[in-house]
Design a protein around this ligand. Sequence first.
Ligand code: CP3
Length: 345
Amino acid sequence: MTEQKKILRALAGETLPTPPIWMMRQAGRYLPEYRATRAQAGDFLSLCYNSDLAAEVTLQPIRRYGFDAAILFADILLLPQALGVDLWFETGEGPRMSTTTTANELAALKDKDAIHETLNPIYDTVKILSRELPKDTTLIGFAGAPWTVATYMVAGRGTKDQGPAHALKSENRAVFQGIIDLLTDSTIEYLSKQIEAGAEVVKLFDSWAGSLKGQDFDDFALTPTKKIIAALKNRHPGIPVIAFPREAGDRYIGFAKATGADCVAVDNSVTAEWVAEHVQVDGCVQGNLASSHMVTGGQALIDETQRIVKALSKGPHIFNLGHGITPDADPENVRLMIDTVRSAN
Ligand code: CP3
C-alpha cells in the first residue's frame, strides 16, 4: 500500500524512528554505471529524452543503495526547450540557451499546452519507472521553479549572481513578469502530466531563490510557487509537494505555510538545529548535509550525519544533501551516509 511508504508518511507529517533518505542528483556522474549509460545515449539531452535509458539511470542508485525515493531523470531546462527555446550543453561548462529578453522573443514562445509534444518522452520515463520501481520506493517528479528557470532563459546560461534576470526585472518588468507567468502556467501543466503518469510526489527546484530579497522574494519565489501548488492541489489532491527555495535563509521561515508546500528542502547554509526550531515547526523538512562530505567522507561525515538526524529527530524529516552530489564524490561515502542514517537512534 502506498500509504506505507516512508517518504509519504514523513510528507504527511509523521515523525519516523529513522528518517527516509534519498539524494539530489543521485543518478549522476559519480556513478560508473551512469557514465556508461550516458556514453551509450550520446549526450546528456539525448539521455533525458530516451525514456528507456533515462529510466535505467533513475533505477541505478536504487539498485545500488536502496534509497527510499527515486527522482525522475530529466532536467529543469527541458521545459523552456519545450516552449521553443534552443538548448544545448557545452561540455565541461553547462547549459546554453537562446535568450528571452524582449516582448517579441516572449511572444514567439509556444503556448503552455504545446509543451507536451516535446515532453512526452519524459512522461514515458515516469510510466516505466512507476512500473519498475520496488514497491516501497517513492517516485518523485520535478520541475524548476519559475524564477530559477527564468534566470537561465534571460541570461542564456548559468550565472553566478543572476545579474541579467535582476536587470530585466527592473528594466522591463512587463516582459519579465510575462516570462514568470508563462513558466508558472506551463509548470502546472508539466507537473500535472508527470503526476498522471505516476509521480507520487513533485518537487520544485528554486536553486537561485537566495538572490531574491524583500518584496522580490515574495513576487518571484513565493507567489509563483504558491500558484503552482494551489493548482496542483486542486487537480491532484493528496499529491505532496516539496519546495526547495535554496539559500532562502530567514525566508525559509513560514515558506511552507505561505505556499502550501508539504515539505521545505533546506540547503546547508543553515544548521539543522536552526531548521528544527524555525522550519520544522510547520511540518516536514528535507536536507541538509553538505555535499562536500560525499567527497571527503570519514569520521566527519559520520558525525555530521548523526548530528543532523538527531537535531531533526523530533519532527518529520527526509534525510538528503543540501544540494546535488558532485561528480568527484566517492560512491562508498554515499553508502557510509546511508548506513549512518539507518543505524541512527
Ligand atoms: O536529482 C536528480 O538526480 C534528478 C535529475 C536532475 C538533473 N538536474 C540531472 C542533471 C535534476 C533534478 C536537475 C535539476 C537542475 N538542473 C537544476 C536545479 C537543481 C540544482 O542543481 O541547483 C539546475 C540549476 C539544472 C540545470 C543544469 N543541468 C545545470 C546547471 C547542469 C550542468 C551542471 C553540471 O552538473 O554539469 C545540468 C546538467 C545535469 N543535470 C547533469 C545531471 C545528472 C549532469 C549532466 C551530465 O551527465 O553531464
